[in-house]
Ligand binder design. Structure first.
Ligand code: PLP
Length: 385
């Protein structure tokens, strides 16, 4: 039995080229990038190259990239860094109810610190209404954080419209976007979104865990979260994870090659998977937007009457790896805050599974996983009757 890995929203298998580069860097280019000698310069050159590769992919400037330990740290730096930098009496912040915990929990922390926070509701498809954003903006609003593609359902937020509303009311409000799931899968339109801060992570794009970055628009000021040696222009102290950062740059470059074609292929995996399941006649509900309107790699399905954990482990026994809700916090038995915010409850909420695909999957795997899911759902349903 060969494994079929369909949990690519949780993390992706690193590209072989990335691992080869990283192995070479760890063994040979081990200098500290802050050192002034040749070995330091060699390491610094790799970081510079990664900065160039990532900024080229997103259409930003090299000097606007600040490397972090991942998406969580990038989100913390954006949200807390902006809030503390522009803190004042009655400072007000806005985010959505379906953000990743690395954003939501920053806002909960900031509430305890005295900031006023508004949480935006979403539609039954998991979409934020730009008019609602507009209605919440006050004269004291300093930061708005809304994700691009949701990690549980793949719903895509209308960021261009939201950005336009925000900046029309007050161009000084900072607009942060968590693009961890969409990077390399959807075009990032920094200018059209009128974004100030954008978070990215390496291990979601076939790099490794432990590297990510925050794109900070030139001129935007943040309060650093760490005190230390002044690396990353003083915004992220600590010796850089050179190998992981170099791997991140290469992963971005490789993902960018024929990106549209690759994502069209990933999109067909999602569609054929859903079509097979839907046509089988088993009881199944699509959570989130229509397939063409969501991120190409994610599909969230409910199998009412079954418990997602039971289904997940039954598939695992057959070598198929999927997720119940978001893997980053799915060990917690609480129901998904994303699906709850979309109005799901009871059996639909309890029976939700996320399948997420990548370019490293193939059609055969997708067909086998769909068949296995159908058979498992039929088998488990028969058991509980
Ligand atoms: N934001 C989103 C939307 C995510 O899906 C994740 C991880 O699942 C993160 C942030 C956190 O990124 P990292 O795992 O690199 O800390």
């Amino acid at each position: 039995m060969t494994d079929i890995y369909l949990d690519n929203s949780a993390t992706t298998r690193p590209y072989r080229e990335v691992l080869e580069l990283m192995g070479m860097v760890q063994a040979e280019i081990y200098g500290n990038p802050s050192s002034m000698h040749e070995k330091g310069l060699a390491a610094e050159k790799l970081i510079r190259e990664a900065r160039r590769q990532i900024s080229a992919m997103i259409g930003g400037r090299d000097q606007e990239i600040v490397f972090t330990s991942g998406g969580t740290e990038a989100n913390n730096l954006a949200v807390k860094g902006a809030a503390f930098r522009y803190r004042r009496k009655d400072a007000h912040l806005i985010t959505s109810a379906i953000e990743h915990p690395s954003v939501l929990n920053c806002f909960r922390f900031l509430e305890q610190e005295g900031f006023k926070v508004s949480y935006l509701p979403v539609s039954d498809k998991g979409i934020v209404d730009p008019d609602f954003v507009k209605s919440l903006i006050k004269k004291d609003t300093i930061l708005i954080s809304i994700m691009h593609a949701n990690n549980e359902t793949g719903s895509i937020q209308p960021l261009e419209e939201i950005g336009r509303c925000i900046k029309k009311i007050n161009p000084e409000i900072l607009f942060h976007i968590d693009a961890v799931q969409s990077f390399t899968r959807l075009p990032l339109k920094l200018k059209e979104w009128q974004a100030d801060l954008v978070s990215l992570s390496a291990h979601k794009i076939h790099g490794v865990k432990g590297a990510g970055c925050l794109w900070i628009k030139q001129g935007v000021k943040l309060q650093p979260l760490l005190d230390g040696g002044g690396q990353e222009k003083g915004l992220r102290a600590g010796t850089e994870n050179v190998a992981a950062i170099a791997g991140f740059g290469l992963a971005a470059k490789l993902s960018g090659e024929n990106q549209n074609k690759k994502m069209a292929v990933v999109g067909t995996f999602k569609k054929s998977f859903y079509r097979t399941i839907h046509n089988s006649g088993i009881n199944c509900i699509l959570n989130g937007p229509l397939l063409e309107e969501s991120a190409p790699h994610i599909i969230n399905l409910s199998f009412p009457g079954l418990k997602s954990e039971v289904l997940l482990h039954s598939l695992e026994e057959q070598g198929i790896y999927v997720s119940a809700g978001s893997a980053c916090h799915s060990r917690h038995p609480e129901p998904s805050h994303v699906l709850s915010a979309m109005g799901l409850s009871g059996k639909t909420l309890e029976g939700a599974l996320r399948f997420s695909f990548s370019v490293l999957n193939n059609e055969k795997e997708v067909a086998a996983a769909a068949e296995a899911t159908i058979n498992t759902v039929r088998h488990l349903t028969a058991l509980i009757r």
